[in-house]
Design a protein around this ligand. Structure first.
Ligand code: S3P
Length: 172
């Protein structure tokens, strides 16, 4: 089984993926971490030194290489992964692919992201007072791609464990 977790930054893809991995016994991977290992530097540094276009290119390559070379996995994609280079087609692939959109409300995401701006290259330069509007617009732009997941799971007011159990139920 190939489980893909998608959602905006701060939606908890990695934390939920790790928890789900314990429940279903399928190994968890994080695409951002795979990229960081391959490039031997942080995502933040890749954006800074080589730019977003380069990042989107290797993100696409590494996603497809990983998918081809692994038979059973839980993979957290980056928040933007489904929105570039036709990566969203992967979400709809054959039966063995189970894709989940971890959907948070704008309020939940803003709340989680407002203190983490520095870690995130796309939010880094957005002034505090413009953050809400930026996230709302960005989510609107990305909505089409996120909706390509086979299932949507809302995350607001739920614990990590509750969400992982909900995903597990969908796998049965
Ligand atoms: C991005 C999200 C990040 C990372 C990169 C770009 C995005 O991943 O891939 O900073 O475009 O939303 P997370 O969603 O895991 O933070």
């Amino acid at each position: 089984m190939k489980i893909l977790l998608i959602g905006y930054m701060g939606s908890g893809k990695s934390t939920i993926g790790k928890n789900l991995s314990k429940i279903v016994g399928i190994p968890f991977y994080d695409l951002d971490e795979i990229i960081e290992q391959q490039e031997n530097t942080s995502i933040k540094n890749i954006f800074k030194t080589k730019g977003e276009i380069y990042f989107r290119k290797i993100e696409h390559q590494m996603l497809h290489d990983f998918h081809r070379n692994n038979n059973s996995y839980i993979l957290a994609l980056g928040g933007g992964t489904p929105c570039y280079a036709n990566n969203h087609f992967l979400l709809q692939e054959e039966e063995e692919v189970k894709s989940f959109y971890l959907k948070g409300s704008i309020a939940t995401l803003i709340n989680r992201l407002k203190n983490e701006k520095a870690k995130r290259p796309l939010l880094n330069n957005i002034p505090e007072e413009e953050l809400s509007e930026y996230i709302a617009k960005h989510l609107f732009d990305r909505n089409y791609y996120y909706q390509q997941a086979k299932k949507t799971i809302t995350i607001d007011n739920k614990t990590v464990n509750e969400i992982a159990l909900e995903i597990n139920k969908e796998l049965a």
